[in-house]
Design a protein around this ligand. Sequence first.
Ligand SMILES: *[C@@H]1O[C@H](CO)[C@@H](O)[C@H](O)[C@H]1NC(C)=O
Ligand SMILES: *[C@@H]1O[C@H](CO)[C@@H](O)[C@H](O)[C@H]1NC(C)=O
Length: 213
Amino acid sequence: MIKILFYVIISVSSVFGYFTLPGKCPENVKLQEDFRLAEFYGKWYQAYHYSSDGRNNNNCSTINLITKPTGVYFNQSRVDRGLFHRYSIGKFEIPINIEEAAKLDVTFVWDNAPRRLKTRRYNFHVLATNNNYYATAYTCQYSPLIDKHFIYVWILSRNIILNDVSKELAIKPLQQIGVTAANLVKDDLSKCTPKYYEDISVEPTTFRYPVPI
Ligand SMILES: *[C@@H]1O[C@H](CO)[C@@H](O)[C@H](O)[C@H]1NC(C)=O
Ligand SMILES: *[C@@H]1O[C@H](CO)[C@@H](O)[C@H](O)[C@H]1NC(C)=O
């Protein structure tokens, strides 16, 4: 009980800092048509990102899509303060409706968390991609408690350097969710070898509470 209370207090007190954009998540957003997860597989570098809460805790990040007998998984790794590797593994929920193929959800499971917070499902929507060079994805979480939302945008690149044409194409659909090129933070992928060798699975820093707060 005390532990649950602790989580709730932490959640409620920190929620104000995370959710900064007024109102609900953007609606009627047009996602990538004819999206095929099979072509989206493999490794992507985070070339640019935008976190609406202003926190930049996902440096030197890569997203790797892997298949296992139990499904398709999302492995997002990052370098923490230049010191350690951190990664988070979630399972993709594949949309049944083919027209909504780009409307992905990722589920993370934490066995040690209180029951309400054990399984967390977040959206990971692909706005645009050509599978070979660039991809633009975003997640949005809404807090009914304070009527605000949180957005995280990934501009992903197959190569360490995203070419200018791909960058243009990747940025274009962001206007639908009210994000501009000026909001994007460029990721420096040149110094991504952490000082210490330590690779631990942790909570992702790119999604905020999926439980209604
Ligand atoms: C996830 O990615 C990290 C960093 O690339 C790697 O060290 C880790 O082994 C991966 N985990 C799985 C289950 O693939
Ligand atoms: C990420 O990079 C930014 C800018 O270089 C830096 O200020 C921040 O401390 C880094 N954060 C982490 C968690 O490594």
